[in-house]
Design a protein around this ligand. Structure first.
Ligand SMILES: [Fe+2]
Ligand SMILES: [Fe+2]
Length: 137
């Protein structure tokens, strides 16, 4: 589901590491939801989901600070994308995960995986050259 590829690299070590960590947490979530033994794992699913959101927020803050400090011209639009992702995931009713654990969980994880992948490949990639030119690797 969350597979790291070289094309995801923005050529900035700290950011690549954080993106990989996001993939790692995403994979734990995927693994839990994929288990088909009928055991209720609601608490675990919500716990990992919260961990993912906390880490995403940490990573977004880190990126935004880097962009701000370096006068990156597309900061506002980039920040808007981060904010709307957080809003969207926050708006998911955790009770729905409880009742229809697998379907909602899978839909959610597919959304998260697609969003992260697209965001890195399009939006994050846009600052790669800009930051590298400033000596940030
Ligand atoms: Fe970003
Ligand atoms: Fe990012």
């Amino acid at each position: 589901m969350f597979k790291w590829k070289d094309e995801f690299s923005v050529n900035i070590e700290a950011i690549d590491r954080q993106h990989q960590e996001l993939f790692k947490i995403g994979n734990s979530l995927y693994e839990i939801i994929s288990i088909k033994d009928g055991v209720d794992r609601y608490d675990e699913v919500v716990e990992i989901l919260h961990r993912l959101m906390d880490y995403a927020k940490y990573h977004f803050d880190f990126e935004e600070k880097m962009m701000e400090e370096n006068g990156y011209p597309k900061l506002q639009n980039h920040k808007r994308q981060h904010d709307s992702f957080i809003q969207k995931v926050k708006s998911i009713d955790e009770k729905d995960i409880d009742e229809k654990q697998r379907t909602i969980g899978m839909d959610l994880i597919i959304f998260i995986a697609n969003w992260i992948e697209n965001h890195i490949l399009k939006t994050d990639m846009e600052y790669k050259e800009f930051m590298n030119d400033k000596g940030i690797y």
